[in-house]
Design a protein around this ligand. Sequence first.
Ligand SMILES: Cc1ncc(COP(=O)(O)O)c(C=O)c1O
Length: 440
Amino acid sequence: MPNDPITHPESRRSFVRKGAAIAGGAAAIWNPPQALAAFGGAPAVTFPADKLKALTRWPRYGAAEKKALHDLIDENTFYNANAAFENDWKQYTKSPYVKAHMNGSSALTSMYFALDLPPGSEIMVPSYTFFATCLAMRFFGYVPIFVDIDPATACFDLDDAKRKLTPRTKAVVAMHSWGLPCEMDKIAGWCKEKGLILLEDSAHAHGASMQGRATGTWGVMGIYSFQASKVMPTVEGGMGMYQTREYFERAAAFGHYEDPVKFAKDSPVRAYEGTGFGQKYRMHPFAAAVARIQLSGLDQRNAVVSSNIRKFNDRVLHLPGLSEPRCRPDQKRVYYNANMLFVDAKKAGFDRNQLMRALKAEGVQVSMWDYPEQHKLKIYAEAKWWHHAPVIPANMPGDAQVNGTHIMLPLIHGEAPDLLDQYANAFEKVWARRTEVSKL
Ligand SMILES: Cc1ncc(COP(=O)(O)O)c(C=O)c1O
């Protein structure tokens, strides 16, 4: 019956114990949950849809971005914006060398070019990533070794990497999934021990750091993407991160034919002025102008998102079978795209699909998105594209677990205690009716 208070909610005691109201930590008041909206009850979320749309809108551009674009057009000095942004980003990340590229994929291609390893060298990459992390190496005769992710973090699984090390392995790429840094201290330690070159794909992690060191500066080279969905979006754009002058000059000259002359007289790359090494990867100056404004608000935007996630997650994570990716105290994570949570169906008493049906009926904007596992895609199975055929792993339990058990909630970019409260109420209501949810 709609709006009929339940008399024996499951796990009721634990909800009373943990269910402190989000706003201001007010004393917990237990309201018996109403009938599930999926069975005709009133939805727990009544927050206005237009307000939610405004709070989740992405990218978030405003008057400052518009002014920067107008100013650039009026000044007619387009390319100065690129150097200015590189300078800002270098200072922000404390990286000795950076280079703006037209997107993250071209930054990756330049990075692999700069590596300058013999064809046939193997490079460890997560299979749980965007195609360019794995595929851009192909142009230089390198071959990927697909490494699993740790299901507790969705990031690089060092134990799996250790199992897959081959005599031809020369480098390792850590990708900071959804803004959570990989355990870079452990990965860097292992790379040092084995003489491997450490690289990073930080396309998801603008503003993230570990032990105070920005992601993208742990490896000798790394990249960022500023594509529209990213934590710091310029619609399209990318950045290369370099810890040595040699790598910087090679990577920059790959797609920037006017850069070599700027290098010191003793640079072996200087003589390639006018051609570089064959590509043209310059970032669009409009993107660079937008990037400078976006960077000035990056920490603030990340802080709002993180604070909202803490308020929500801290309230609901006591629910049986619900967890968040593990983040160490010495890691500063950011959130790319969503608040990703994991659902253990056995502990919860219902599966992910049933949970999503119940939450959606309650008015929660919940979704899921399976990262396409690279090792399953056609191009890696065809030897003709590669120096030698990549090994296709029979299974990737970490990938499968994360893809099979996650749910995603929208990032909230503003103060919205009512919304967070209603979302948390919806979760608690659904968990209190676990037996019914398991029938959905
Ligand atoms: C992990 C990862 N690496 C690299 C890239 C490539 O960035 P871009 O889209 O700017 O080429 C992306 C973009 O989606 C990504 O998610």
